[in-house]
Design a protein around this ligand. Structure first.
Ligand code: NAD
Length: 488
């Protein structure tokens, strides 16, 4: 790729520039070179996209049976599977992430998620509910499950295609039409879905994709009166704004927000297995993961051992570009998404040092030139009041905190505004179940790190959000249940 390529909005089945002609640059994080010019949607483009989605919702899409919708979603899955390596390469370029990680994790998950929800499209059954009738007259009472309407899907940059599909697949299965708003830091691969949507034969307007700035394109989408539901993944700060904006018009919301996942390591854990899992949970995708296991709570008797092994693991990680040879995710790491984000992560590192945490890995050696790299970094002697123990870094930086008892571990884990996910490492089944039950999070992984699966609910509590992606619960969030009572 030598010159920059255009990435256009996709509205009513057409790839179009922004009406204003406005664009923004998107660079490759591994090299810093601008490769893409992206259409920057404003309110007028968003309105056009929502109107197209509304027309499709009232027209072509609602005319299709659930089975027909399911076949189209299956076709989309087949097309994506056939082009998986091309999409992995595109994602790798726009995210600065090794393509092999994407081929191992994101792409299979995208295809599986489409297939899982395709299977639900013809199974949206209501219920019959017996009652005592109405004023002496017997009644037949039943419910219908109906799509909520036009849905706004607002996605982040850290797993842009996967998260777009987590939302798109259940929305389409439910019979909704959508406007996807991509992240300004990762619009390219989601934009490339447009060609697949055409090829799969989705009617124009069923899926629209707009690119642009959050406070402009994103906010206009949230405010649009024809949008009935917003499914958002991103920061807690923006999630709060969206929740407030949606409340005045009673739009439904699903908010998948930030995290500060604890990984609790008990002294009886299998440390060989645990250390690889801890490193992966901490450094995969450069730590730019909502579920990143960045709070390492380690039982004091194994503290030094875990510190040494994890620091060695961090020091061994190679920094690579998007064209890296395939390797497991705890062996290599790519670049951060942007210079602004890398600087933000560096500020967290500087503050941890200033607050007295001890750095046991990170900072050593030259970084690859051009791109936005940081060494995997580990701090110990972190206390619960330090910023590093409390704030989401969203980068390859871990904080190790010791604990003595199970009660202390649970209290430390729950002493956090976030509640997305957690890991527990122990050989004792009773400990695993007892601790899992007491953690204030949406998902617990025992002796593994955050396995995502289309069949398992994914979503947080506390400041990590509201509602679920994935599983049958995600499907429910795109449906209304209407009650019909018929006097007999
Ligand atoms: P972000 O909140 O900055 O942006 C997310 C999206 O919101 C982008 O598309 C952005 O353009 C848009 N946006 C920004 N301001 C807006 C506004 N005022 N109105 C409407 N839309 C607006 O988040 P990010 O930096 O892209 O992603 C990182 C965050 O996402 C982290 O906090 C991470 O934990 C979270 N995340 C959560 C999950 C989860 O499943 N819980 C998954 C991935 C990422």
């Amino acid at each position: 790729m030598s010159q920059s390529q255009m990435v256009l909005n996709y509205i009513n089945g057409q790839s179009v520039p922004a009406q204003s002609g406005s664009t923004f640059d998107k660079a490759e994080p591994a090299t810093g070179v601008v490769r893409w010019q992206v259409a920057s949607a404003r309110a007028e483009d968003v309105d056009q996209a929502v109107q197209a989605a509304q027309a499709a919702f009232k027209g072509a899409w609602s005319a299709l049976s659930g089975a027909a919708r399911g076949r189209l979603i299956h076709r989309l899955a087949d097309l994506l599977e056939a082009r998986a390596s091309a999409f992995a390469e595109l994602l790798a370029r726009e995210q600065g992430r090794p393509a092999s990680d994407l081929m191992m994790m994101d792409l299979p998950m995208c295809v599986d998620t489409l297939r899982y929800f395709a299977g639900w499209a013809d199974k949206l059954e209501g219920r019959t509910i017996p009652t005592g009738g109405f004023m002496g007259t017997p009644t037949l009472n039943y419910t219908r499950r109906e799509p909520v309407g036009v849905v706004a899907l607002i996605v982040p940059w850290n797993a842009p295609l996967m998260i777009a599909i987590w939302k798109l697949a259940p929305a389409l299965a439910a019979g909704c039409t959508v406007v996807i708003k991509t992240s300004e830091d990762a619009p390219v691969a989601v934009g490339a879905l447009a060609a697949l949507l055409d090829e799969a034969g989705l009617p124009p307007g069923v899926v629209n994709i707009v690119h642009g700035m959050g406070p402009e394109a994103g906010a206009s989408l949230v405010a649009h009166p024809l949008v009935r539901k917003i499914s958002f993944t991103g920061s807690t700060q923006v999630g709060r704004l969206i929740g407030q904006a949606a409340a005045s018009s009673f739009k439904r919301v699903t908010l998948e927000l930030g995290g500060k996942a604890p990984q609790i390591v008990f002294a009886d854990a299998d440390l060989d297995q645990a250390v690889l899992g801890l490193a992966m949970g901490l450094f995969v995708n450069q730590g730019q993961v909502c579920a990143a296991g960045s709070r390492l709570l380690v039982q004091r008797s194994i503290l030094r051992d875990v510190e040494d092994r994890l620091a060695a693991c961090a020091r061994d990680i190679r920094l690579v570009g998007h064209e890296a040879e395939p390797a497991p995710p705890w062996v290599q790491m790519g670049a951060l998404i942007s210079p602004r984000h890398r600087d933000r992560v560096q500020e967290h590192i500087d503050r941890a040092l200033a607050e007295g945490a001890r750095c046991i890995a990170g900072g050593e050696g030259a970084l690859p030139s051009g791109g936005y790299y940081l060494r995997p970094t580990l701090f110990t002697d972190v206390t619960p009041d330090m910023h590093l123990a409390r704030e989401e870094v969203f980068g390859p930086v871990g904080a190790i905190l010791p604990f003595d008892t199970e009660e202390e571990a649970i209290a430390l884990a729950n002493d956090c505004v976030y509640g997305l996910s957690a890991s527990v490492w122990t050989r004792d089944l009773a400990t695993a179940h007892r601790v899992s039950a007491q953690l204030e999070v949406g998902a617990v992984a025992v002796n593994c790190w955050s396995p995502l699966d289309a069949r398992l609910p994914w979503g947080g509590v506390k400041d990590s959000g509201v509602g679920k992606d994935l599983s049958r619960l995600a499907l429910d969030a795109y449906l209304e249940e209407k009650t019909v009572t018929v006097a007999l």
